[in-house]
Write a protein that binds this ligand. Structure first.
Ligand SMILES: [Zn+2]
Length: 469
């Protein structure tokens, strides 16, 4: 329980524009602030924050409330979790006691999973730095591949022991229940026996936006081909792979400051770039890029730069990524690393300024990127060239903004040396087709009921006159 007067001082301290501003880019509009709603997908802002009234309201989806409601809804926190989050943001001390075994039982599933994941993180970090095995296998691996100790600690990297059940036993001894060990995926239960999912692997904790551990990736170090190189936590009450981005909790401020987000493929790409001083970087590890992940980035910037390997798989992934990002109305650039290199290996071989230079000179918009890549092989083949043009026009047709589309058509016409009007006609044909299809699918779509979060009675703010002036 959080004492009543502590709750009051948290509520007094929390400024709605600061709380929301950690998650949503807000622009001043009269006495209010305006931004893109984080609770529904929109391209024109209808999400309003009123500093004077201490509340937010979205005129698109209807969500509304005070700072506590916002954190609850946005981070999927319980009421006490949201209060604790705000308390720590504003440096307010909350007197809390270590939960007894009974209280642990009463915790909600989410609380328990967060608490267990945090315990696991500490366990793996401790194993890496404090045990003989961890130092000999895990830490030496990280240091050999060039990670500095401050970076290893920043990313909370760890090591899971070789034995079958060291972690599971330790967690049980510390009062964590078997149910959550299995739910979190840290423990696998088979034929009445328990063993650790991650064994003899270096560990990469995966965090949510506020830095809580939601899952893990574990990389094997032996060359045993019968075992997968990476093992990841399964999805749980707190871990939704398609909505998570590796590194987002450390990247968010830098993404806002640089108004750009670098998108890479793996954990080690993110870590190596940080070590080189580039912090606005995330990875869609464990899944191929999803629309939810792009929307998560769009809370902080409208600009994404894809940094992928120059191998065929990397190129294919970047093509798919480009289309998805453009469809969300965002801007996309692409940097391909030279053959056999990825952002991680390149960062390790070159200085920070070389890396920055490479990225800035090799950032192409998607038309230049696709044509540069494909033009060589299509140059003397009119049929293939036509195929490439159709491909590019298809991508342009995904851009929602009708003012931006003609600009890319002009660029495409120049590079491909084709009359602009011809391309424009093609684009319009495609758009008409899509419009027809769009009507069909729209009519089948359910229009969701607007949802208003019900705050605890005594805290319910008056939202009747929070307007978008
Ligand atoms: Zn909304």
């Amino acid at each position: 329980m959080i004492p009543r007067d502590t709750i009051q001082s948290i509520l007094d301290a929390a400024r709605i524009e600061e709380v929301v501003g950690d998650f949503v880019q807000l622009k001043r509009r009269g006495v209010n602030l305006l931004g893109l709603c984080p609770f529904h997908n929109e391209k024109t802002p209808s999400f309003t924050v009123s500093p004077a009234k201490g509340i937010f309201k979205c005129f698109g989806c209807g969500k509304a409330g005070n700072a506590v409601n916002f954190v609850m809804e946005h981070e999927k926190y319980s009421y006490p979790e949201a209060l604790r989050y705000l308390a720590s943001k504003y440096g307010i001390e909350v007197e809390e006691q270590e939960p007894s075994p009974e209280e642990k039982q009463q915790d909600t599933d989410r609380d328990s999973l967060f608490s267990l994941n945090d315990f696991a993180r500490k366990f793996y970090v401790n194993t890496l730095f404090e045990t003989e095995e961890g130092k000999a296998i895990g830490l030496s691996y990280f240091l050999e591949r060039g990670f500095r100790e401050d970076i290893i600690r920043k990313f909370q990297l760890g090591f899971s022991p070789t034995a079958w059940d060291t972690f599971t036993k330790t967690a049980l001894q510390n009062g964590y229940s078997e149910k959550y060990l299995v739910d979190s995926g840290l423990t696998i239960s088979k034929d009445g026996k328990h063993y650790d999912r991650f064994r003899e692997r270096v560990m990469f904790p995966i965090h949510n936006l506020t830095g809580k551990v939601i899952g893990f990736g574990g990389r094997i170090l032996t060359s045993d081909k019968t075992k997968p190189k990476y093992v990841n936590s399964p999805e749980s009450e707190v871990y939704n792979k398609s909505k998570s981005l590796y590194g987002i909790w450390l990247a968010r401020n830098s993404i806002v400051a640089r108004d750009n987000c670098f998108l890479v493929e793996g954990y080690t790409d993110v870590i190596s770039l940080h070590q080189s001083g580039i912090e606005n970087v995330v990875a869609s590890s464990g899944t191929s890029l999803t629309t939810d992940q792009i929307r998560l980035i769009s809370k902080f910037t409208r600009n994404i730069t894809i940094l992928y390997d120059g191998d065929p798989a990397g190129i294919k992934a970047s093509f798919r990524g480009i289309d998805m990002i453009l469809e969300q109305g965002m801007n996309v650039k692409v940097v391909l690393f030279p053959d056999g290199e990825d952002p991680d290996s390149y960062a390790r071989k070159h200085s920070s300024s070389d890396l920055e230079g490479f990225i800035s000179t090799n950032s192409d918009d998607f038309i230049a990127f696709k044509t540069r890549l494909l033009l060589d092989e299509t140059q003397n083949d009119p049929v293939k060239k036509a195929g490439l043009i159709h491909e590019i026009i298809h991508t342009i047709s995904l851009i929602p903004d009708p003012i931006i589309r003609p600009l890319f058509i002009r660029e495409c016409a120049e590079i491909m040396q084709i009359a602009e009007q011809t391309l424009m006609n093609e684009l319009n044909k495609l758009l008409r087709k899509k419009k027809l299809k769009g009507y069909e699918s729209e009519s089948q779509e359910q229009i969701p009921e607007p949802v208003i979060i019900a705050p605890p009675q005594e805290l319910a703010p008056d939202i009747s006159d929070c307007s978008a002036q």
